[in-house]
Design a protein around this ligand. Structure first.
Ligand code: UTP
Length: 292
C-alpha cells in the first residue's frame, strides 16, 4: 500500500485579517498560551505518522525558520542558569521532524503555494495542513485529524478532504463541497465551490484546512486561471481534478480553531487555558470575578 510520507504546511500568506500583528509576525507563530500554533500542527503531523514536513514560508518573515532550528547560544545560556528543562524543551523543537523550508516568492494564493513545493513532493501523493487551522481531537490525542484523513486515503486510494458542517450563515466563508454519496463519515464528492452564497450553497460541509491529495493535483493547479488579484486557488484545482477522478471528503472528529480570525484565536486561547492544570482554576476564578 502507498504511504503518505510528506506534508506541506503553507505559511506564506499575508494574514491581512490580523494586521498590525502580522506585519512582522506570521499568524502561524501566534502562541496559544506558550506554544506557537505551528508547533501544534507539526506535532499533529508527527502523531499522524508523516515523517517529512515542507513548511512554505515567505522570506519576509524569517521567524518560522528560526523557531524550528537549533539555537545553541540560547540553550547554553539556559543551561548556565541551571534551566536544563527549558533548554531541553527548546532543543526538542528543532528535532521534532525532518523539516524543509520552501520559499513562496509572492503570496499568489494557496494553489500557487502548493505549486512552489512540487520539487519537494517529488511525484508522491501528499498531505496539506493549513498553518493557521488548529484542529484538536481532545478526546483522543493519538488519533488527530490528519491521521483520520490518511486512513480514509488508504481506504480509497484517492484524494480526501477534511470537512465539517458549518452553520448556513457561514458557508460564504469557506470552500464548500457538493456531495454525491454519503456513507457515515465518508462523503463522495461531485464538485467544490469557493465561498458560495447561502442561497445557492451545494451543502453545509466546509473544507477545514486538512487535505490528502493525489500527485496529479499539480497538473490541475497549472490549469487554474488566476483570479483578478493573480491568485491561484487550491479549491479551483481540486474542482478540476474531481472531473477526472474520484475525490472524497471525510467528516472528521475534532475541534477546529481558525487562528487567522480574531475570534477563532480568542476561542483557542480560552479553551486551551481551561484545559491546562496550571491555569484553569485561576482563569475560572478570574472570569467569575469580572462577572462571567
Ligand atoms: P488564508 O487565506 O487563511 O491566509 O490562507 P491569508 O491570505 O494569509 O489570510 P488573510 O485573508 O489575508 O487574513 C490559508 C493558509 O495558506 C497560507 C496562509 O499562510 C495560511 O496558513 N497561504 C495563503 C500561503 O502560504 N500562501 C498564499 O499565497 C496564501
Amino acid at each position: 500500500m502507498k504511504k503518505i510520507n510528506k506534508v506541506l504546511i503553507p505559511c506564506a500568506g499575508l494574514g491581512t485579517r490580523f494586521l498590525p500583528a502580522t506585519k512582522s509576525l506570521p499568524k502561524e507563530m501566534f502562541p496559544i498560551i506558550d506554544t506557537p500554533t505551528l508547533q501544534y500542527i507539526v506535532d499533529e503531523a508527527n502523531k499522524s505518522g508523516i515523517d517529512e514536513i515542507g513548511i512554505i514560508i515567505s522570506q519576509a518573515k524569517p521567524m518560522i525558520q528560526s523557531h524550528f532550528t537549533v539555537n545553541e547560544e540560547l540553550e547554553q545560556r539556559l543551561r548556565a542558569l541551571n534551566k536544563n528543562e527549558e533548554a531541553d524543551l527548546i532543543h526538542s523543537i528543532a528535532k521534532m521532524a525532518k523539516i524543509t523550508f520552501i520559499n513562496q516568492p509572492e503570496p499568489k494564493g494557496l494553489g500557487h503555494a502548493i505549486l512552489c513545493a512540487e520539487e519537494f513532493i517529488n511525484g508522491e501523493d501528499f498531505a496539506i495542513m493549513l498553518g493557521d487551522d488548529l484542529i484538536m481531537n481532545f478526546d483522543d490525542e493519538n488519533n488527530p485529524v490528519m491521521k483520520q484523513l490518511v486512513s480514509a486515503y488508504e481506504k480509497y486510494d484517492a484524494s480526501v478532504l477534511g470537512v465539517q458542517e458549518v452553520p448556513l450563515e457561514d458557508v460564504s466563508k469557506y470552500g464548500i463541497i457538493k456531495v454525491n454519496k454519503e456513507d457515515g463519515r465518508y462523503l463522495e464528492m461531485s464538485g467544490m465551490v469557493e465561498k458560495p452564497k447561502k442561497e445557492v450553497t451545494p451543502s453545509r460541509y466546509a473544507v477545514l484546512g486538512r487535505y490528502v491529495l493525489k500527485n496529479e493535483i499539480f497538473d490541475y493547479l497549472r490549469k487554474v486561471t488566476p483570479n483578478k488579484n493573480g491568485e491561484i486557488g487550491l479549491t479551483e484545482g481540486i474542482d478540476l481534478l474531481l472531473r477526472d477522478e474520484k475525490v472524497y471528503a471525510y467528516n472528521f472528529i475534532g475541534t477546529r480553531y481558525d487562528i487567522g480570525n480574531k475570534f477563532g484565536y480568542v476561542k483557542a486561547t480560552i479553551d486551551f487555558a481551561l484545559r491546562r492544570d496550571d491555569l484553569k482554576d485561576k482563569v475560572k476564578e478570574y472570569l467569575k470575578k469580572i462577572g462571567y
